[in-house]
Design a protein around this ligand. Structure first.
Ligand code: GN1
Ligand code: MG
Length: 361
């Protein structure tokens, strides 16, 4: 990335704005993100290259995002919200009305406003923050509870479909592209043994026991923005907003903030379950969601956590077996470390499962 390219991209969006500085931004594993700092009177911008190998239908994804942000925006306007652009992401269309441009190399780029005065956190460090995060994601689901999932496409088909994920994992094992199966065999077997139990969640969705909603599907804590005082502003990273289950969002949040260590912690002894943060997140989440969740959803929230961690365990492992082609990695073997850390977390969560269910009530 260089300055000429930044200016070229901005001008294709019709944004010939003065630029003070720019830098890579955030910690995503998939897209490339740049913060464009502008002079005081012009809002800062975020330029993002969408990974079109992962998101194979960028126009469809942007359609989803425009529908979702438009839906939330309407509600905010109706409620008299004064700072709408701090409460929902604001994407900028190109002059042709589309919400992306394609550069000469065939890359897709999008542009949106940096939320003024916002910051993200990579790690939850207090009960209060966990409570806020729960409220934020519960609120997001509530804002979208009357947006029929059928209006949205699946930006990644079968993103949290346990049967599909199992299928991909099996293929990775069968193909053994990077010749790593032998080394991982006993571990692979253990994960396969759990498949029957874990794919039940998809079964419940298929049979209608659990309803399909419009969900975020990537509810890591770094997708919540906070203001200077630590109050919630809005939810970001809407690439994977699509039809899904409330359990996915609850589960993926606990996957990260319930873990006393990062998702790629190499020292398994450091991985523990943060009961307090779990309880605080659940409290915040239920405050917003109790009125629309069905009994079946509520009683399976804790299972959703187990499912999401298992899914992530096999996704990281499948990528390791495929030769690290999906997630960005920081060092050789990173995906293996990530997978083992997720599996350890699953074990730790199992030790706390009764408490997890009690909290949900
Ligand atoms: C990816 O890029 P990022 O960090 O927002 C992934 C999530 C995983 C996560 C693991 C589109 O999200 O599903 O849970 O890494 N996103 C996609 O950290 O695959
Ligand atoms: Mg993200």
């Amino acid at each position: 990335m260089n300055e000429t390219k930044i200016f070229d991209l901005l001008s294709r969006f019709g944004m010939e704005v003065p630029v003070t500085s720019w830098k890579p931004f955030g910690h995503g594993h998939i897209n490339d993100t740049f913060l464009i700092v502008t002079p005081e009177r012009v809002p800062d911008l975020i330029l993002q290259r969408k990974n079109h190998l992962v998101f194979k239908n960028v126009p469809g994804m942007m359609d989803n995002i425009v529908k979702v942000t438009g839906h939330i925006r309407k509600k905010l306007m109706a409620s008299g919200e004064a700072e709408i652009d701090r409460r929902v992401m604001h994407y900028i269309p190109a002059p042709d009305g589309r919400y992306f441009i394609k550069d000469d190399e065939g890359n897709f780029w999008t542009l949106f406003l940096f939320v003024r005065g916002s910051h993200g956190v990579e790690e939850v460090t207090s009960r209060g923050q966990a409570f806020s995060a729960g409220k934020a994601f519960g609120h997001f689901q509530r804002q979208l509870a009357d947006l029929p999932g059928a209006l949205l496409i699946e930006t990644i088909p079968g993103f949290h479909n346990g049967k599909g994920r199992l299928q991909q994992f099996r293929e990775a094992v069968d193909q053994d592209k990077a010749r790593r199966v032998k080394e991982m065999k006993p571990y692979i077997d253990r994960l396969m043994e759990m498949a029957g139990e874990m794919t039940r969640l998809q079964e419940w969705l298929d049979t209608g026991l659990l309803p399909l909603r419009t969900t975020h599907n990537d509810t890591k804590i770094n997708n919540v923005l906070f203001d200077e005082n630590g109050e919630i502003l809005c939810i970001i990273d809407l690439d994977t907003v699509m039809p899904g289950s409330a359990l996915f969002d609850f589960g993926d949040a606990i996957r990260t903030l319930g873990n006393t260590a990062p998702e790629d912690e190499p020292d398994l002894a450091k991985i523990g379950f943060h009961r307090e943060f779990y309880a605080a997140f659940a409290e915040g989440y239920l405050l917003e969601s109790a009125r629309f969740l069905t009994d079946a959803e509520r009683s399976h929230l804790a299972f959703g956590c187990r499912y999401m961690v298992w899914e992530q365990t096999i996704r990281f492992l499948a990528d390791y077996l495929n030769g690290d082609v999906y997630y960005k990695t920081a060092y050789p073997g990173h995906n293996k470390v990530r997978s083992l850390a997720q599996f350890r977390y699953l074990e730790v969560m199992d030790e706390n499962y009764e408490i997890m269910q009690q909290v949900i009530g």
